[in-house]
Design a protein around this ligand. Structure first.
Ligand SMILES: NC(=O)c1ccc[n+]([C@@H]2O[C@H](COP(=O)([O-])OP(=O)(O)OC[C@H]3O[C@@H](n4cnc5c(N)ncnc54)[C@H](OP(=O)(O)O)[C@@H]3O)[C@@H](O)[C@H]2O)c1
Length: 278
């Protein structure tokens, strides 16, 4: 719990707030005194998160929104501006995943769907809030990418492709907004224990997940809040993936080797990421 409430009077939109990282992040901002707007498709699940937030005594609004629909996103953002008069922070988090190889017949459809939700959803939300943040002369946009948005994993191609698109979009936006007062942060979490994996077939998942210790969604949420406060341009967690990414920049052979080694328990122990997968 915060000693003082750093986000009092701040209006924060969290997409994908009904579960996992989004839920944990919404709770964290609400604990920090923010008014939170919870957006996702399932009204019932959002309502349950709103009930968890109610004891903190901060305003909380539930808006059923499919982020893949520009019309629904625009309506949600217009509603928030009408209600609160401003938008301080957008957490662009909504999204899902898919597993399977590039040769699978569903690959193109999976990639298209993930681009629609995980990538264009973030584009629509950003484009909707930016005129408001420009008028304010300040604001924060946090885009959830993933470690595989910097180095793809086999059997995770459709998702890795969408996350690379998010990384490039977020990197572009941050530079275009330099000096505007609007901060853009890209977040790259490794495997995180959420319902993200619950609908995905285990036998087609990346083998790298077999011995990987997942992060808790609360750990990611805490890091997001810290990144917002510190105005960090980028956040990669835990600390080990940057070593792989550094090596991969120098040599794709090294990067591919590192990813291959991640399916070995002893190697995951060696780099301190050993666990039982999602
Ligand atoms: N879990 C991981 O290992 C991991 C690692 C790195 C990055 N990430 C990223 O973190 C973000 C959150 O994932 P999570 O792990 O917290 O997964 P999660 O627990 O499955 O939560 C996903 C959230 O997104 C919402 N959502 C999905 N499709 C949507 C749509 N079309 N419109 C609006 N909301 C939608 C879901 O709610 P509804 O179904 O009700 O819409 C849910 O609230 C994702 O962007 C993911 O790419 C996850």
């Amino acid at each position: 719990m915060y000693k003082h409430k750093p986000f009092t009077d701040k209006i924060v939109i969290v997409t994908g707030a009904s579960s996992g990282i989004g839920r944990a992040t919404a709770l964290k901002f609400a604990k920090g005194g923010a008014s939170v707007v919870l957006a996702a498709r399932s009204h019932d699940k959002l309502k349950r998160v709103a009930d968890e937030i109610a004891p903190f005594g901060t305003p909380v609004h539930v808006v059923s929104t499919d982020v893949a629909s520009r019309e629904q996103v625009d309506a949600m953002v217009q509603g928030v501006e009408k209600e609160f008069g401003r938008i301080d922070i957008l957490i662009n988090n909504a999204g899902g995943g898919a597993v399977g190889t590039v040769e699978d017949s569903q690959f193109a459809d999976q990639a298209r769907k993930l681009l629609e939700v995980d990538f264009f959803g973030k584009v629509y939300c950003s484009q909707a809030v930016l005129p408001i943040m420009r008028r304010q002369g300040q604001g924060v946009i946090v885009n959830l990418s993933s470690v595989v948005g910097r180095k793809a994993f086999p059997r995770f191609g459709a998702y890795s492709t969408a996350m690379h698109a998010v990384s490039a979009f977020s990197d572009t936006l941050r530079q275009e907004l330099h000096g505007s007062g609007i901060q853009v942060t890209t977040v790259y979490p490794a495997l995180t224990q959420t319902s993200f994996f619950s609908g995905l077939p285990k036998d087609r998942m990346p083998v790298q997940f077999t011995h990987m210790r997942p992060l808790a969604p609360e750990t990611v949420a805490r890091a997001i809040v810290r990144a917002v406060r510190k105005r960090s341009p980028r956040l990669i967690l835990p600390w080990q993936p940057p070593l792989m990414l550094l090596g991969d920049t120098v040599s794709a052979r090294f990067g591919d080797w590192f990813v291959r080694m991640m399916d070995k328990g002893w190697f995951m122990r060696l780099i301190g990421m050993y666990g039982r997968g999602p």
